[in-house]
Design a protein around this ligand. Structure first.
Ligand code: NAP
Length: 303
């Protein structure tokens, strides 16, 4: 039996697994209908342990959904020129549909310059200037993955988001700004708050949908939350685990236990927004493969 608390939890792990299932259906249809299998190229520079874990999962899920994965592991000492040359080679390769350069890059490499070398039609992370421009102008393009995951989870819980007031805490290029544009695209009224905003709690208390993308452990408390609001917690913060001395645990930007009584629904950390990012990357790879060839985007990927 589901308890009242359980029913408030937005299970991103389950939604992402379902989305990967739909992606597999789309990939199988492309293989049988068009005799084509999309390919995602992943570029990993250096030995950052967290990046290695992310990349390993990306490769695993790419293959599980029936797509091809191509990996390029580069030394941390690679020059900017050589890294850009690799991106250009992948741009020119007709068999590559999506290019992912895992961030952060080691010191000495200019991430913004490298990312902007990616052909926008293969920009499955949605981070190039062209992709950001297309999102701003409401034109067809590849959308950033984590913010897309936030919208999917909110829509899955609330249905039509038209007219809802969405407050986004954070204005980063990676999450806050694109999330604001994506919720606007869903006909929400959007407010962005950030480190210079005054009366932030009062603004958040007006939110039907509250997206926290700050990087401050458990900042959002129950008295920031309107009764019944939908909380989407993007934050991933590693903190000391008070129950297990010497160990750490992951928490979000929302004080999960504290908000449960007030919130209508909330994404947990881990298991909320996190799993959506890779699933949306795979979805973008299929969309990129179709857009580049003038094929319809599979409707099974709609949300
Ligand atoms: P970021 O680039 O550091 O941006 C943080 C934003 O929060 C900034 O806009 C900052 O405002 C604002 N902020 C900082 N302190 C604040 C405060 N006290 N009150 C109000 N706003 C405040 O971080 P990000 O890349 O957006 O990431 C945010 C969090 O999401 C991090 O924990 C990150 O690990 C996580 N994340 C998760 C995923 C995922 O897959 N789930 C993906 C990406 C990021 P200013 O602009 O005024 O400085």
């Amino acid at each position: 039996m589901t308890s009242k608390t359980d029913s408030k939890v937005i299970d991103g792990k389950e939604y992402a697994a379902g989305l990967r299932g739909r992606i597999k259906t789309a990939v199988d249809d492309l293989s049988s209908g068009q005799d084509y299998t999309p390919t995602l190229a992943v570029v990993l520079v250096g030995e950052d342990p967290a990046s290695r874990v992310y990349v390993r999962n990306k490769i695993k899920f790419t293959k599980e959904t029936g797509m091809r994965s191509v990996e390029h592991q580069c030394e941390a000492s690679i020059s900017q020129t050589d890294l850009i040359a690799l991106v250009r080679t992948l741009n020119a390769d007709p068999d590559v549909d999506g290019i992912l350069v895992q961030l952060p890059l080691p010191d000495g490499l200019d991430s913004a310059k490298v990312i902007d070398e990616i052909d926008p039609s293969k920009d499955v992370d949605g981070l190039t200037e062209v992709s950001a421009g297309r999102l701003t102008l409401g034109k067809t393009g590849l959308r950033p993955c984590t913010p897309t995951g936030c919208v999917m989870l909110a829509k899955d819980r609330l249905g039509d988001l038209s007219g809802k007031h969405c407050v986004i805490i954070g204005r980063s290029i990676l999450v806050g700004k694109p999330a604001a544009l994506l919720f606007l695209e869903q006909n929400c009224s959007v407010t962005i708050v950030h480190s210079r905003t005054q009366n932030i709690e009062a603004i958040c208390r007006n939110a039907d949908i509250l997206v926290a993308a700050v990087g401050r452990p458990e900042m959002v408390k129950a008295d920031w939350v309107k009764d019944g609001a939908c909380l989407i917690d993007v934050g991933i913060n590693r903190v000391k685990n008070p129950d297990r001395p010497g160990k750490t645990k992951l928490v979000g930007d929302v004080d999960y236990q504290d908000v449960l009584s007030a919130a209508g629904s909330v994404t947990p950390v881990p298991g909320g927004v996190g799993p959506m990012t890779i699933a949306c990357l795979l979805r973008n790879t299929v969309i990129a493969a179709c857009l580049r060839r003038g094929w319809d985007t599979p409707s099974v990927l709609d949300f």
